[in-house]
Structures are given as C-alpha cells and as structure tokens.
Design a protein. Structure first.
Length: 137
C-alpha cells in the first residue's frame, strides 16, 4: 500500500487553554490531508463534480498520544485501508517531523454521497480502480 505523507506547521491559534493543539484542530488536519491525498491521486473537487458526488466524513476515531504545540512541524501519513460499496476507510499517523513517536493515530470512515441528494451511493469505479492500483504499488 502506497502511503501519502505531508507536513503541516502548527499555528498559534490552534492551541487550547493548556497550550497544546486543540483536539478539534486534529480533525481539520485529517480532513485536509485526506483531500490532499485524493488530489494527489487525481481526484480534485472538479473531478468529484464530474463524477457526481463527494466524500464526506461519517465517523472519526482519534487516539491522542502526545501533545504538539505551536511551531511544531507535524508529519502526517495517510492511506486507504479499505474501499467498498459507499465507504472508504482511511488511516492516519501524525508525528513530529524527524521523530518516531506518534502524536496521534486516527481512522476515518468517509462515505461517497450523491452531489444533488447528499445520500450515500456506490463509490465510482474510477476511484476504486485507482485505489486498487495504489494498493498493489
């Protein structure tokens, strides 16, 4: 399975009262990196429009393991572990750049929905084909 890796610099306004990255900020990171990975695979917002649907987050499971603070550079790794029917499961690992210890692990259930009705529908074959190609790479 080919993994997608990117970096995000933690900004001051993302801190909570304890001076750590606010838990809600991590969900923004997950969404942003998922979108970046899709774009990397050739699935931009325009491509989604052509396919008549979008991925939306349905469930997010996050394990907070260590704190991160403003100025830290976070290395975020993501990969699709399963794509079937209307659902795609995406895994994430977040660590401080250059460090082995994990800051966060997460699993997100993304659901493909019809652009007009916002109701779940099967993921387009083009996306599944691309996923299968990445899986074997």
């Amino acid at each position: 399975m080919q993994k997608f890796i990117t970096h995000i610099r933690v900004r001051h306004y993302e801190m909570d009262a304890l001076g750590h990255v606010n838990n809600a900020s991590y969900q923004h990171y997950l969404e942003d990196v998922g979108i970046q990975h899709s774009e990397h695979l050739g699935f931009s917002l325009d491509r989604y429009r052509e396919l008549g649907g979008y991925f939306v987050m349905r469930r997010v499971e996050i394990d907070y393991l260590r704190p991160a603070v403003a100025g830290d550079i976070l290395e975020i790794t993501t990969w699709l572990s399963k794509v079937r029917g209307t659902r795609a499961i995406r895994q994430y690992e977040i660590r401080k750049k250059g460090e082995e210890n994990l800051v966060v692990t997460a699993e997100v259930l993304w659901v493909w929905v019809d652009a007009a009705t916002m109701k779940p529908k099967p993921i387009p074959k083009e996306f599944i084909t691309t996923f299968e190609e990445q899986k074997s790479a």
